[in-house]
Design a protein around this ligand. Structure first.
Ligand code: NAP
Length: 358
C-alpha cells in the first residue's frame, strides 16, 4: 500500500511544484481500499483530504498510507493531521518526514499525541527519490540540478562545436520529453542556443501547471532575436543571463518578450543563476548542455542527478566535442563519482542515470 501511495503521488508530476508530490491511500479496518488521492496544486485540496472524502465513515479505525509526512499547519488548506484525526484514522504509514525544517516531524508528533499509531521508514529511499526536487529545494535552498546529455559511445555530443547533430533515437527522444515534463526549467549555453536554434519545449503531450521556463547562459548574447526561443515567448518564458553591455541587442530581445538578466558576473556565476531561478519559484532545472555548460556545472559541483543517453556508435576524431568540458578532474579521487547507477535500454540507446556522491 505504501508503494501505491507513491504511485498516486507520482500522478502529480508537472502539477505540484514548488510544493511536494503527495499521494494517499486509505484502507478500512479490514484492509479494503476505501479512498485514494493525489495532490494537485491548483485544486487546493490535499491528497489526504481527497482520500478521506472518498472513504467517508469507512475510514474510522482504518489506516492512511501517505507518501510524505502530513502537514500540521494552517496554510492555504487546513492541516491534514487534523483531518486524519477527526476521521478516526487509527494508523498512519508514511515513509519520510517533510524536509521543510519549519514543519519537519511536527505532523508525526501531532498524530502520535492524538493516539494515532505512526509507522515510518518503509520504502523511505523510493519516497525520497520521488520528492528529490522538493527535498533539494528545502535542504540546499536552491533548485535541483539534473544534467542530461545525449552522446555517442565515445562520449561525443555532436560532430563539431558549430554543428547540430541529432544523437538520440526516437525512443530516447520520448524519454527526454518526459524528463522535461518533470522539471520547471531547461537550461543551455549560448553556443547551443546559437548553433542548434532549439525550441526547448516540453513536448511530452502531458499537461503541466506552469510552462517550462527556458534559460540560456549567454554572455556574448549570441542568441538571435529571430531564434525560436525568442520568437515563442508567448507560449513559454525565455530568460537569458548575461554580462553583455550591448544595450541595443538587450532591447531587441526584451521587445520579443525575453527576460534578459544582466549582472556584472553574468552567466558565469552559476550560484547567482540558481539563486535567481529559486526566487522565481523554479524548483528544478534540466541542464541540457553543451560541453562547456555541462563542464561548468560539474566543476562547481552544482549537480544533483546525471542522465547520459549513449547511442550505439563511435564518432572518434579530435574535433567532435566531448560531453563534459570545463576544467575536469586532476585525479580519479576528485572525478565526479556516481552512486545508485541505473542502466536501461531505451530503443537502440542506453540510458544511464546516477547521483553524484559528494
Ligand atoms: N548531444 C547533446 O546532448 C547536446 C546538447 C546540447 C548541445 N550539444 C552540442 O554541443 C555543442 C555546443 O557546445 P559548446 O560547449 O560549444 O556550447 P555551450 O556549452 O552550449 O555554450 C558555451 C558557451 O556558453 C557561455 N557561457 C555562459 N555561461 C557559462 C558558464 N557558466 N560556463 C561556461 N560557459 C558559459 C560561454 O560563452 P559566453 O561567455 O560568450 O557566454 C560559452 O562559450 C553544439 O555542437 C551542440 O549541438 C549537444
Amino acid at each position: 500500500m505504501t508503494r501505491r501511495s507513491l504511485d498516486r503521488a507520482a500522478e502529480g508530476i508537472g502539477h505540484v511544484s514548488p510544493n511536494p508530490l503527495v499521494g494517499c491511500v486509505i484502507t478500512s479496518r479490514n484492509g479494503e481500499i476505501v479512498g485514494e488521492g493525489t495532490y494537485i496544486y491548483d485544486n487546493l485540496i490535499h491528497a489526504e483530504a481527497i482520500a478521506l472524502e472518498k472513504a467517508g465513515e469507512k475510514a474510522r479505525g482504518g489506516t492512511a498510507f501517505v507518501s510524505l509526512e502530513p502537514h500540521d499547519h494552517h496554510g492555504k488548506t487546513p492541516p491534514c493531521t487534523e483531518a486524519l484525526i477527526n476521521a478516526g484514522i487509527a494508523r498512519v504509514v508514511c515513509p519520510i518526514e517533510d524536509p521543510n525544517p519549519l514543519v519537519s516531524g511536527r505532523g508525526f508528533e501531532t498524530l502520535r499525541k492524538a493516539g494515532v499509531d505512526v509507522v515510518t521508514g518503509l520504502l523511505a529511499d523510493e519516497a525520497a527519490r520521488l520528492n528529490e526536487q522538493f527535498i533539494c529545494w528545502h535542504q540546499k535552498k536552491r533548485p535541483f540540478v539534473h544534467l542530461k546529455l545525449a552522446m555517442s559511445l565515445d562520449g561525443r555530443i555532436s560532430l563539431g562545436k558549430s554543428v547540430s547533430t541529432a544523437i538520440s533515437s526516437e525512443a530516447a527522444g520520448v524519454r527526454v520529453q518526459d524528463l522535461r515534463h518533470s522539471h520547471d526549467a531547461i537550461l543551455v549555453g549560448g553556443n547551443t542556443a546559437a548553433v542548434d536554434n532549439p525550441s526547448l519545449t516540453d513536448r511530452s503531450g502531458k499537461k503541466r501547471r506552469r510552462p517550462l521556463v527556458r534559460v540560456i547562459l549567454d554572455n556574448r548574447l549570441r542568441t538571435s532575436v529571430d531564434s525560436i526561443v525568442a520568437s515563442t515567448t508567448a507560449a513559454a518564458p525565455t530568460i537569458i543571463f548575461t554580462n553583455s553591455e550591448d544595450g541595443r541587442k538587450i532591447d531587441e530581445l526584451t521587445e520579443k518578450g525575453v527576460s534578459v538578466i544582466v549582472s556584472e558576473t553574468g552567466a558565469r556565476d552559476l550560484k547567482f543563476v540558481l539563486e535567481s531561478l529559486r526566487q522565481m519559484d523554479i524548483q528544478s532545472v534540466l541542464v541540457e548542455g553543451g560541453t562547456e555548460i555541462a563542464g561548468a556545472f560539474v566543476d562547481a559541483r552544482l549537480i544533483d542527478k546525471v542522465t547520459l543517453i549513449a547511442a550505439p556508435f563511435i564518432v572518434g576524431g579530435h574535433t567532435a566535442p566531448v560531453a563534459i568540458g570545463g576544467n575536469g578532474a586532476r585525479s580519479l579521487e576528485t572525478a565526479l563519482h556516481l552512486n545508485d547507477l541505473f542502466v536501461e535500454n531505451v530503443g537502440r540507446d542506453v540510458v544511464l542515470t546516477g547521483y553524484p556522491s559528494f
